[in-house]
Ligand binder design. Structure first.
Ligand SMILES: [Zn+2]
Length: 276
């Protein structure tokens, strides 16, 4: 095993690698990410999409990351042959309660050993996407509008108010929701810090369905809304070998590869983009 595979395990006190994934997220069917959370208020007339300070719609990085994580949780433990399942981060996150207290007691005087023990106790999804006890490898920046792709307005779509008890539609209560029209595009950027080789492969593998338009975002996905496709994906990698270039010129100094090549380097055979 290479020094990188071993060394890029748990911690962040030493630089091993940093990767930047960029791309363009294209909206295929109207996208509804509300400013007031996922469930629009059925009594409100106006359910605007979330907008930046210039009034342009954007996609919070946390929304994209949430969908990515939920998919990763489903598949990563299967890939590991049931090695260990992924936790449910809301109901029962890794190391919650007594186990984390015990580790903190045990490694009271050795923070590095504590960090390594915490890392060992996490599921693959928590290692990549983070947990309350460990900063994950991956940060997804807010996806800002590709200005030229936007017609300058959002669609207004009829919504149906659902009775929370009977789960049926109120016939008398109609409301309207805003949605970002199909064809609009957003800049995608994610940064991956010190990922071990396997973690990086898992990140690429779970990103691929986005490039085929298979993972929808936002509300109303059951009704066909929120289909998106990630295109023109590139990957730039900083290691110790080109750290100098990165420090002097930033990402400009680091040549980017396309997704197919990045996948091939990680032993993933088919990383090409679909024609969606
Ligand atoms: Zn977990």
């Amino acid at each position: 095993m290479s020094a990188l595979a071993v060394g890029a395990g748990p911690l962040y006190d030493i630089f091993y690698n940093r990767r930047r994934i960029t791309g363009r997220l294209v909206v295929l069917t109207p996208l509804r990410i509300g400013s007031g959370g996922e469930a629009p208020d059925p009594t409100a007339i106006d359910n605007p999409v979330i907008r930046d300070s210039f009034g342009r719609p954007f996609i919070p990085g946390s929304s994209f990351k949430g969908v990515w994580r939920a998919f990763a949780e489903q598949v990563l433990d299967q890939l590991d042959n049931g090695d260990r399942g992924c936790c449910d981060p809301l109901a029962d996150p890794c190391l919650s309660g007594e186990p984390i207290k015990e580790l903190k007691r045990k490694y009271r005087d050795n923070r590095r050993a504590l960090a390594e023990a915490i890392y060992k106790g996490l599921c693959p999804a928590c290692r990549i996407f983070g947990s309350p006890h460990f900063a994950g490898r991956l940060r997804v920046r807010d996806l800002l509008l590709v200005e030229a792709s936007w017609p300058g307005f959002c669609e207004v779509r009829p919504g149906v108010a659902i009775n929370r008890d009977t789960r049926t539609a109120y016939s008398s209560r109609k409301y309207e929701v805003e949605a970002v029209p199909a064809g609009t595009a957003f800049h995608f950027e994610a940064v991956v810090e010190n990922a071990a080789e396997k973690e990086w492969r898992d990140i690429l593998l779970t990103l691929l369905p986005f490039t085929r338009g298979e993972l929808p975002l936002g509300g109303g996905t059951g009704r066909g809304l929120g289909r998106v496709c990630l295109k023109e994906v590139t990957v730039a990698t900083v290691t110790r070998a080109n750290l100098g270039d990165f420090l002097s010129r930033g990402w400009e100094g680091i040549p980017a590869k396309d997704l197919e090549e990045a996948c091939r380097e990680s032993g993933i055979p088919a990383g090409g983009e679909s024609g969606v």
